[in-house]
Structure formats: structure tokens, C-alpha cells
Design a protein around this ligand. Sequence first.
Ligand SMILES: [Zn+2]
Length: 331
Amino acid sequence: MHRASLLGQMGTYAGVDLGATNVRAVVGNSDGEILGVDRRSTPQGPSGIAVTEAVLDTLRGACAGAGVEPERVRAVGIGSIGPLDLAAGAVEDPVNIPAVDRIPLTGPVEKLVGGDVYLHNDTSAGVIGERFYADRNPDDMVYLTISSGIGAGVCVDGKVLSGWDGNAGEVGHQTVDPEGRLTCGCGTPGHWEAYCSGENIPRFTRHVHEQAGFETALAVESEGLRAAEVFAAAEEGDPLGEAVVERLGRWNTQGIANVVHAFAPLVIYVGGAVALHNPEQVLGPVRERLAERTMVNVPEVQLTTLGDDVVVKGALASAVTDGTGDRARAD
Ligand SMILES: [Zn+2]
């Protein structure tokens, strides 16, 4: 069959990944196959409307790439930075784009395509993507991102949790250190993210150095120290680097054990730049220790199968499956 008529018969769908740095959009079919893509930088101001317009332009670009008029798109999924105001279909005062107040999404995207629009935080889009594209399609799973922040998308009993305002799954802000030795970007001491996110690993490294004075070739005092350098140093046997990676393994295991006890997943897929770039150093210690920190079923912990595309593919999967990721809902 000619591709255009095949598309007409199957219907086309779109997914958007709105990040603080980039906006990406894909257009695909009901099998989640991608037919068109587009990407641009996320405007950092002057207002939220500029970001909305970039989302619309990126969607138009992906439609053009697929040879589809935007009005023909049946549904759009959006995986977005937060915090969300689900009732308003908008992002409200995004922490990672400080110059911007409110980014209207659902209304303007509905106007462009004429179909349904499903808005999720980016980690919820991630779990929807894992659910849709994974070989097995379990009803109980978690997508965990360890990148500049830490967060989770959670599917329990076949339902992707959203919370009343769309902000369920902020697991990076659970307290793992009751003594609160480091303070999180949100202002609260002792949060998981304050130790183990890409943004905070350099600070944690300085903290470990001050406490224990390990020998190191790392430029510990430099503000320019990056998480990637700490992992690379550990790989080369640097005593401070190794000590930090060992401690990260402990905190990550504790955070993940808390997630397991709360949601009882069968599998946890881990993504985000810190995990994707250092899979063995980040996930190895968790796999080793999780059983001894968990009193319920120990889930499989594995790297996301979707790499960097997990949010945009999850957004597409949401559009195909009425916001659920359940393949049985695709037509
Ligand atoms: Zn926090």
C-alpha cells in the first residue's frame, strides 16, 4: 500500500519532549514507529508564550518531516519539565527556566492539531514509553531518571500515577539523610537529589573530601568540577573518586529501596545522563545491594532501552494509547 494511504488508514500521532534546554517532537504511527522528527533550543524567555511557540513550531516541523498536515494528527502526548498545573494544561514557574512564568501547552497544541492532548511530567512520559516499547509490558514498573535532578514515573496496577496536579513521582526529594548534611536545590536538607544528581555530585565530592580527606587528583575546590570527572577518576582508581562512587551507590540503593517499598514494581528502568553515561558505576552497586535493603520482591534494575529518546517516545506512546502506555489501547 502507498505510504500516504497507509498513514491515512492508521492515523498519525505526535509526541513532544519539552526540556529546559531542547524541545523535541516526533510524529509516528499507532505502532510507535517514528516518521518525522524536529528539534530546537528551548527559548529562555522573555515569556512562557515564546516557549509555547517553540513547541508549536517543533510540532509543525515534525509533521512536515512526516508529510502530514498538523490537523491530521489524532492525538499528541507531551512530556514536560515541571512543575505542571494539569487543570490549566500549563507549566507553572519552571525551576529550570527561571526567566519564564507560565507556559501554556494543552490549549495551544489542541488548537494546532484538533485532536486530544495528554500532558505529563517528563518522567511519567518515560514510564509510558518503557511500558509501550519494552518487550515485556508489565503493569507494575518504574522509570527513574538520574540526571541534573532525580525523579520517577510510576505505573502501579496498570495505571500511570499522576497525582491531582500532575506532580507525582518527585522521589528525588525524599529525605535519605536525616542529618541533612547537604541541602537540596529545593531548599530542604537531606534529599536524595542533594547527593546523587549530576548537578550535586561535585558538591557531594567536596563534602566527602572535607570529611575524610582522601587523596585525589581531582580539582576538588574548583567550581568547574563536573560529575563526569568524578566518575572518570573513580574508573582510574583515584581514592576520592572511588569513595564518592561507593557512597553514591549506597544513597542510590537507599532511594531505590524506598521506591520499591512504596510501589512494588517488577522492573525499574533507569535513564538520565548520569546513568546513561556511567551505567556500571551507577547501577552495579544498586544491583549488588538492593536485596539486603529490601523486604519485598526485589525488582530487576536495568538501563532504559530507549536511551535519550525515552521522553519523546513516551510522549508519542501516550498519544497512541490514550495517555496510558498500554499497548492494548492502541488501534
Ligand atoms: Zn529537594
